[in-house]
Design a protein around this ligand. Structure first.
Ligand SMILES: CC(C)(COP(=O)(O)OP(=O)(O)OC[C@H]1O[C@@H](n2cnc3c(N)ncnc32)[C@H](O)[C@@H]1OP(=O)(O)O)[C@@H](O)C(=O)NCCC(=O)NCCS
Length: 264
């Protein structure tokens, strides 16, 4: 009897040790991912690692990009973001827009919100240009006489299903600069930033009625439907939801297995 209870005690002890070591491993893994996200978010200017993306001068437009963060937005920039969001997105949300607009206003100023702002360069002649390896002329430096803002990207470094990802909250361009390759250029920049910051994927949510954007992300940029998209988790719930979640994974096996799914 005594012997048996001693044996049980030993069994319990070793089970406790296994549970503890599993928990320690899970906590260590989570801390390592948190550290990756913190390091990525702490970067003051993610654009500085990609000087070729500082300027965009193609298809008759000359633009200048700048980094920003949600808790440092000036009042005019906040106003600009609100107006552009309304102009671009209200029609997709319909009667849901007033409540969605409130959510977006809160998200806009969150300390973890990171931005790329796009400005016109009114006087492109003040810029130095050089030839790229593909023979294209590109702006390398400018005395920037910053012009009007023409669009922005709001993104964040977050954890999704245990994977560090760059989540694109908003990609919004004014109609006058669309269809000239700028959206593709900005998404390429975000993918570069994500990879440089050791993220496993770029993710984004898109409204089901925004067929142009869905085409842009899936057919042009090859984003896949994510396993975290409501339709993948629960088809009946997915039908009711007005959005889908897309992602592009990098050389990250866990991200591929956990997040990516299939063509839309
Ligand atoms: C979606 C958006 C960011 C795309 O940016 P853009 O600068 O217009 O896109 P690009 O010029 O880089 O287009 C790249 C390619 O995508 C295609 N594409 C872009 N927008 C498209 C659209 N609305 N419908 C169909 N195709 C589209 C282009 O034809 C182009 O194809 P190509 O490379 O074969 O020529 C931009 O149109 C936009 O800001 N729209 C309003 C806001 C919005 O819907 N944002 C997305 C919210 S999730």
């Amino acid at each position: 009897m005594e012997c048996r209870s001693f044996h049980n005690y030993n069994d319990k002890n070793s089970t406790d040790t296994i549970v503890k070591s599993k928990r320690t491993k899970i906590l260590e893994k989570k801390k390592a991912i948190d550290d990756v996200i913190k390091a990525a978010s702490a970067h003051k200017d993610p654009l500085s690692s990609f000087p070729a993306f500082r300027f965009y001068s193609r298809h008759g437009i000359s633009l200048y990009l700048e980094s920003g963060r949600g808790d440092k937005l000036s009042a005019p920039v906040k106003k600009y973001i609100q107006i552009l969001l309304k102009v671009n997105m209200e029609r997709h949300y319909g009667s849901q827009w007033p409540s969605e607009e409130k959510v977006k206003r809160r998200e806009m100023v969150a300390p973890e919100a990171r931005y790329i702002f796009v400005y016109e360069v009114p006087n492109a002649s003040q810029c130095e240009t050089s030839q790229t390896s593909e023979g294209k002329r590109t702006i390398t430096n400018c005395v920037v006489d910053r012009g009007a803002m023409v669009g922005f990207v709001h993104f964040r470094f977050v954890m999704e299903e245990g994977i560090p990802v760059l989540y694109v909250y908003e990609l919004q361009l004014e109609a006058r600069v669309r269809g000239r390759g700028l959206g593709k250029f900005l998404m390429q920049l975000l993918e570069n930033i994500a990879q440089k910051s050791h993220m496993g994927a770029v993710m984004l949510t898109v409204h089901k009625s925004n067929s142009g954007a869905i085409n842009f992300y899936t057919s042009v940029l090859r984003y896949l439907l994510s396993k975290t998209s409501p339709s993948r988790i629960e088809p009946l719930v997915g039908i009711e939801k007005s959005y889908i979640i897309l992602c592009k994974t990098f050389n990250h096996e866990a991200a591929k297995a956990i997040l990516a799914e299939e063509n839309v």
